[in-house]
Ligand binder design. Structure first.
Ligand code: DON
Length: 307
């Protein structure tokens, strides 16, 4: 534990000094206001410890990291039937790309690109109003993180709703193939709100623990998902969690991870624990620049690569 504590402190100190921090996402105007100097990191181990450094208790927009939690919920609702409407292959394309949909019958490559996550939102809407589905997602992350203060940042959701033209295009396009069951604006309403959930590194690391612990909530021992499903979700994080940067992240860090344009990354070390890092500046693939470097350093220091 002392070794981990030192590694986190060293990484936070080194990251504070870096000047090349990437660029904060501006296509969602509300995200463009975040201070690029922020850096936080947290690790929640399967034995119940939580260690943090930097701005680990400051909430940020989890954005695409929410796709891990909605995939988990949707699998719980419809099981493997989900895979008829969303694939499981890396796209090799940017997160908001539309091109593959044309030749692939409106079926997105995987649940972590925007198109895939919008289909997942549509699946979760079945039998519910958007408000109920959004409530279910927030309750789930609160339960996983064991923290009832987690909430949606409504300014971010509104900002995305007002400027999400590409996501509207993706949703309408998939609707034309019959791969959305609800009006696109309803599925998108769920999607924009899940992306606007605000969480700190500590809360995210806590929420990811079930994926590192054979699908069980470490404190209660209750099964969140089966061990097989936890493995499968983690495998998709490894192959698809960083879009066209997934290969690079696997190469350099060597663990399942899921990034968001808010600058967060959730990382899973199966059998060991869950970690979250936040630095708002992004690299060319839309993944946190310093967050990726920090996780590479941490995985190296702790020998956590799964390979
Ligand atoms: O749909 C969007 O563009 C954002 N709500 C989420 C994108 C995202 O986080 C991509 N991640 N790197």
């Amino acid at each position: 534990m002392a070794e981990l504590e030192k590694a986190l402190a060293d990484i936070a100190a080194e990251m504070a000094a870096r000047t090349d921090r990437g660029n904060v996402a501006t296509y969602i105007p509300q995200l463009g206001k975040i201070d690029p100097q922020k850096f936080g990191i947290a690790v929640a181990t399967n034995d119940g410890s939580v260690l943090v450094a930097g701005d680990a208790d400051e909430a940020f927009s989890i954005q695409s990291i929410s796709k891990v939690f909605t995939l988990t919920l949707a699998l719980g609702e419809v099981g493997d039937a989900l895979w008829k409407r969303v694939g499981r292959e890396p796209s090799g394309n940017p997160f908001n790309s539309i091109v593959q949909l044309e030749h692939e019958n409106g079926i997105p490559r995987n649940p972590f690109i925007n198109a895939g996550a919008i289909v997942i939102s549509d699946i979760m809407l079945a039998g519910h109003r958007p408000r109920e589905t959004i409530g279910e997602i927030v309750r789930f992350v609160r339960f996983l993180a064991d923290d009832d203060t987690i909430a949606i940042d409504h300014a971010v959701a509104a900002s995305e709703q007002a400027t999400g033209f590409r996501n509207f295009a993706l949703a309408n396009y998939m609707k034309s193939f019959g791969n959305l069951r609800h009006p696109p604006e309803l599925s998108l309403g769920v999607y924009f709100h899940q992306c606007a959930i605000a969480m700190s590194c500590r809360q995210l690391a806590m929420a990811g623990r079930f994926l590192a612990n054979d699908g069980r909530h470490p404190e209660t021992g209750h099964s969140v998902v089966s061990a097989e499903r936890a493995r499968r979700i983690a495998s998709l994080m490894l192959t698809c969690g960083h879009y066209d940067g997934s290969g690079e992240f696997a190469f350099k860090v060597g663990i399942p991870g899921k990034s968001g344009v808010g600058g967060g990354i959730l990382g899973i070390v199966p059998g060991v624990g869950s970690m979250a890092v936040w630095s708002p500046g992004l690299n060319a693939n839309g993944n946190s620049q310093l967050g990726s470097i920090a996780l590479e350093m941490l995985a190296k220091a702790m020998n956590w690569s799964i390979f």
